[in-house]
Design a binder for this molecule. Structure first.
Ligand SMILES: Nc1ncnc2c1ncn2[C@@H]1O[C@H](COP(=O)(O)OP(=O)(O)OP(=O)(O)O)[C@@H](O)[C@H]1O
Length: 264
């Protein structure tokens, strides 16, 4: 069910996004936050990155999307270096980043507007994705008038409306209550099933990682590396949580995390 693989033994298959040998240090007097990290994300991949607080998960995600530059190593998307945010790489951050003074529809369509898509076309696409995410009818409301879960779905709609090639998510559900969180995890799995947008998800939740990722990357150490890559064969089944295999996989991930932090 789960096969521990040696760290850094990530697939060599044709990758959409490839990070090679990344190192990053914020201050010269500090050790690097991460060093020698490599990752290949293919068209069908879903990754979850788990690891102790402060180990560098968000830093890795920011490097992957071009919001941060590595000190050494490189990130390529479809073979081209990523040096700044890339229009095909959509990012969903923890605080949603919605503009409170714009309607839901305008928030979702903003990226298309910046790209010069006509008003008619961006309205059509924004409405379509809002309906697909169960947000039909909210178009004319403002983000503060929505619940946390609805705002998070608007942020995901905004990320998806531009038909990204890759989705990067940094603890996107962490501030939500348990029921909303589970519902949105199902939404993300559903989105993956329907649109096959590969993603890399940073999460503190082992259950979330197991439900949402084909491979779970355990990140630890200073400088951090992937200390374990866990294959999650049950991924993709919406009823996975009800099966013993899910709980066994969650136990495997927890044990790997314990080992990573040297817990007894
Ligand atoms: N801009 C910055 N300047 C200096 N240090 C930073 C900066 N950003 C992050 N760090 C440091 O780098 C380390 C990794 O931070 P990062 O946010 O990537 O960890 P994380 O694993 O995502 O943490 P958490 O799980 O708590 O969200 C931490 O020690 C943090 O203090």
């Amino acid at each position: 069910m789960s096969e521990p693989a040696p760290a850094q033994s990530l697939p060599d298959a044709p990758a959409l996004l490839r990070a090679s040998d990344l190192s990053k240090r914020f201050r010269p007097q500090d050790p690097p936050v991460l060093q020698g990290m490599s990752l290949a994300v293919g068209r069908d991949d879903t990754y979850a990155v788990v690891g102790p607080s402060g180990c560098g998960k968000s830093t890795l995600l920011y490097l992957l999307c071009g919001l941060l530059r590595p000190d050494s190593g490189r990130v390529t998307y479809r073979g081209t270096p990523v040096r700044r945010p890339h229009p095909e790489i959509a990012v969903v951050l923890q605080d949603y980043g919605l503009l409170p003074w714009k309607t839901v529809l305008d928030n979702v369509a903003l990226g298309l507007k910046i790209r010069g898509v006509s008003r008619r076309e961006r309205t059509r696409r924004a409405r379509e994705i809002l309906v697909a995410l169960g947000l039909g009818g909210t178009e004319d409301r403002y983000p503060p008038q929505l619940s946390g879960g609805e705002q998070q779905r608007v942020a995901i709609a905004r990320a998806l409306v531009g038909k990204p090639g890759l989705l990067l998510l940094d603890e996107p559900f962490s501030s939500l209550d348990a029921i909303t969180r589970e519902r949105l995890q199902h939404h993300l799995l559903d989105i993956w099933t329907r649109f096959r947008v590969p993603y890399v998800l940073v999460t503190h939740s082992v259950d979330e990682a197991v439900f949402l990722a084909r491979r779970v990357l355990v990140m630890a150490g200073r400088p951090a590396t992937f200390v374990q890559v866990l294959e999650n064969k049950g991924f993709g089944d919406p009823t996975y949580r009800d099966r013993e295999a899910f709980h066994a996989m969650a136990r495997t991930v927890r044990r790997a995390l314990d080992r990573a932090v040297g817990a007894p």
